[in-house]
Design a protein around this ligand. Structure first.
Ligand SMILES: [Fe+2]
Length: 247
């Protein structure tokens, strides 16, 4: 499997607190049949894009070396989880923030209620710059529950969606799980990822959580969401058009 959303790099955000913890997370990934992790540290300071990229790249290179030395069968690619806000309009070049050098950019919104019209125009700006936004964990946004039609709008402009394993497993409660399931069954979702931040707690032990997925999410779909579709991102391939069940 490929984990497109993971806070595995140490001491760059609220994810892994040390290289030791990053290595433990990588071991968990390997045990859970994840062989590729795209490290997606939180990014919100649009004035310091270059500094962020330099630090992230150095940490990614070093972590891969350490994993290699320990014979851990996980490779780590570069990404970011880009917090969408008005700064996107004045930001410089954002090419270094995409997932594994592709056109795909993992984007997040506030977990607090937000103005959905603004959410749409921020995503439009990202699309206008030639990137394909992947909206991280739509099941976590209160504003999406209240106005699910925003998902239609984002989809129509070319955004893709990534649901968290924990949300689909019910760890965030029934409402979150139902919304995650609904988004998947309507066809809006291409990716399931761990959004892991640590070894325990918000972890990346995906296999045990799959047992708690709603029964409608079958093995065929899990394979698409964790292997086939993320592979397209890693290879910077396009997705074919498909029909979705609009809200
Ligand atoms: Fe995240």
């Amino acid at each position: 499997m490929i984990d497109l959303h993971c806070h595995m790099l140490p001491e760059i955000d609220d994810g892994a607190r040390s290289y030791d913890e990053a290595v433990e997370m990588a071991k968990n990934a390997e045990k859970n049949r994840i062989n590729t992790v795209i490290a997606t540290p939180h990014f919100a300071d649009f004035d310091d894009v270059d500094e962020f990229i330099i630090e992230r790249n150095e940490k990614t290179v070093l972590l891969n070396k350490i994993l290699n030395n320990f014979n851990i069968g996980v490779s780590v690619g570069c990404g970011a989880e880009v917090y969408l806000k008005s700064d996107v309009f004045t930001a410089g070049n954002l090419d270094g923030l995409t997932l594994n050098g592709s056109r795909y950019m993992l984007c997040e919104y506030s977990l607090q209620p937000f103005d959905i019209e603004k959410a749409v125009i921020y995503a439009e700006e990202i699309c206008g710059r030639g990137y394909i936004p992947i909206i991280a964990h739509p099941e976590r946004y209160i504003s999406f529950y209240r106005h699910p039609e925003v998902v239609n709008e984002l989809w129509d402009m070319g955004c893709r969606f990534q649901v968290n394993v924990a949300g689909l497993a019910g760890i965030g409660g029934e409402q979150m799980q139902d919304f995650a399931k609904n988004l998947i069954l309507r066809g809006f979702v291409d990716f399931l990822a761990t959004d892991a931040h640590s070894v325990r707690g918000r972890d990346n032990r995906i296999l045990s959580k799959i047992d708690d997925f709603p029964r409608e999410i079958d093995d065929y779909r899990i394979k698409y969401l964790t292997e086939e579709a993320p592979q397209k991102v890693v290879r910077n391939e396009e997705f074919a058009n498909r029909d979705v069940g609009y809200f």
